[in-house]
Design a protein around this ligand. Structure first.
Ligand SMILES: [Fe+2]
Ligand SMILES: [Fe+2]
Length: 179
């Protein structure tokens, strides 16, 4: 397994960990609405910053382009499916955000659950199909070069400070929701 796909798999693990916290939040009935709203806005911040800008950015701007150049099909093929999945995910994040603005907790929970299910499925497809193809198509030198680009991208779109802040936020949720 190359360095670039390993980095993306590690990010998948972080996102899946957050989904386990979300499972707990959605199934709990002992928390005040205000606490769920607060968690909701922090979750949307995490998803926009880490899952979308940082992680999907690495995939769309670098990995997918590299794979298309190697002959893995975009439209009508696996890359097109992944891009469509990312678009659907963004729509759910936007619906979650709008539900929070409208103080509509029921709608927020519905869209958060839909997003989580959609993304679990998407991550499964990448881990078990697309990244396996990527590991076959890209040698270690290409993977190392991609990883360098990922590092620069991460520094540009989120930066070290925000990365630490997101980790601290996840830890706070673990304590708060006992996960
Ligand atoms: Fe993806
Ligand atoms: Fe991914």
């Amino acid at each position: 397994m190359g360095k670039a796909t390993q980095d993306l798999r590690n990010e998948h693990d972080s996102i899946l960990h957050v989904f386990r916290i979300l499972d707990k939040v959605l199934s709990t009935d002992t928390k005040e609405d205000a606490e769920i709203f607060k968690f909701g806005s922090e979750l949307v911040h995490f998803l926009k910053t880490f899952a979308d800008k940082c992680h999907h950015g690495k995939e769309e701007d670098f990995l997918f382009k590299e794979l298309i150049a190697k002959g893995i099909p975009n439209e009508g093929g696996p890359i097109g499916v992944m891009l469509q999945d990312h678009r659907i995910g963004r729509e759910y994040i936007s619906l979650m955000s709008k539900s929070l603005e409208a103080k509509d907790l029921v709608n927020f929970k519905t869209n958060a659950a839909k997003y989580r299910d959609h993304m679990r499925n998407h991550i499964d497809k990448e881990n078990n199909a697309l990244f396996v193809m990527a590991d076959r198509a890209l040698d270690n030198t290409r993977q190392d070069q991609l990883f360098e680009k990922f590092e620069k991208h991460e520094e540009t779109v989120i930066g070290h400070g925000v990365h630490e802040e997101l980790h601290a936020m996840i830890h706070k949720w673990e304590v708060e929701f006992n996960v």
